[in-house]
Design a protein around this ligand. Sequence first.
Ligand code: BG6
Length: 496
Amino acid sequence: NKPKNHILVIFGASGDLTYRKLIPAVFDLFNQKLLPKNFAILGIGRTEMENEDFRNKMQEGIQQFSVTKPSGEDEINSFVNQLYYFSFDTQSPDEYALLKWQLRELDEKCGTDGNFIYYMATPPSMYNVIPAQLAKQGLSDENDGFKRLIVEKPFGYDLETAQKLNNELLQHFKEEQIYRIDHYLGKETVQNLLVTRFSNGIFEPLWNRNYIHHVEITSAENIGVGNRGGYYEGSGAMRDMIQNHLLLLVGIVAMEPPTIIDSTNIRNEIAKVFHSLRPISEEEVPNYVIRGQYIASNIKGEKVKGYREEKGVDPNSRTETFVAMKCFIDNWRWADVPFYIRSGKMLPTRVTEIVIHFKSTPHHLFANNESIVNNHNQLVIRIQPDEGLLFKFGMKVPGAGFKVQNVNMDFHYSDLDSTHLPSAYERLLLDCMLGDSTLYHRGDAVEAAWKFVDPILKAWKNNSEIKVHGYPAGTWGPDVSDNLIDGENITWRYPC
Ligand code: BG6
């Protein structure tokens, strides 16, 4: 099943996302013969460039970032020869007529049947300009071929701006034409969560409040904000990671089985989870949410900057680089089961994992292990790196008595030798080319997630007494985040 002939139009083509992610991902599709016969990419950016310069630059990006890597000059040339570049000021409405002309000409030349995908790899301030101007030129009209619009996060800044953005987009494109991309949904291991849950008879009967004590989701990064300080300063971990990527993971862990695996059914179930999140009122925020910011420290003898010393960051910044929170899903399956979620920059390691903590046995026959922390069955779903699944359980230590030891059953994706793990962008771009929006966010779900997050952001903004806890770079965030966890001898997992 190959996509129809089309042109991929990338707005923001001179930027980093295009260079590091998008073009290498499309090359990977090309390399696996997954692109249609007639295909072209039209890069659009403000920087002046000839086609040739654009091709050379993208060639470098492909060499460095593609997963499949080019096998030789001929192969890479036949790919980059399908790349074109058009420079114009996307802020200026008058120039869109030129774009229309350019697109029609390329369409005729390449035989792409009037099918266009527009990728918005631009700052969000352009989201209300580009779609409107495309529509004005008739370039969202599907009478002569499909027209799809891919939008990168952030989808708004809070509930109000998210609603405004959705309304604006819907004035120019239909919901079915809009693809809101979240690269977490493109991760193979995130999709595997659906398979783990719904294709194995043993998990689903246990996947509820009767057997699960709590769920823990961590997304840790061991780097700081780098050169993105300017963006991050206005965003923070709550908007950058929690509102989208982590709530999405909550949605997939907690959703009901869809009737069938298709876009509407899966997205309905995820949206239902978001609607069931128990609201945290502004007054309750300090009891449920901890925010932190990394401060300067020494990691393995090396001096590391604090967040406030990063480029583009206010020296008195109160932007959070770490969030830990407790939330609940008020429905039949999950009533009163805490979901602990945590994300931060400059933590000791890079890891994203979901841990299902099962309840302990009702009666402890083998009392010798009671003081051990997290001494219960756990299913660890490792999203990245070292993708796989780990199950922890107790076994008898051979010899006299009944001493119990915790052991692991461990599956690593890397053990499957024939597997090419596609990059998230490769998978998601292909889906959009095929017209499948299952792994893209739907507008109503985005708004539901904002509705949950909004009071937290408001509380932080309005109440300066809510602390931003400093944590030394290279540690697991503020110690107080341990206090969020209910229960004796239960802590966060600290993977190394
Ligand atoms: C992005 C955030 O969406 O996700 C970044 O804007 C973050 O700040 C990145 O670093 C993390 O992605 P991944 O795939 O490395 O977990």
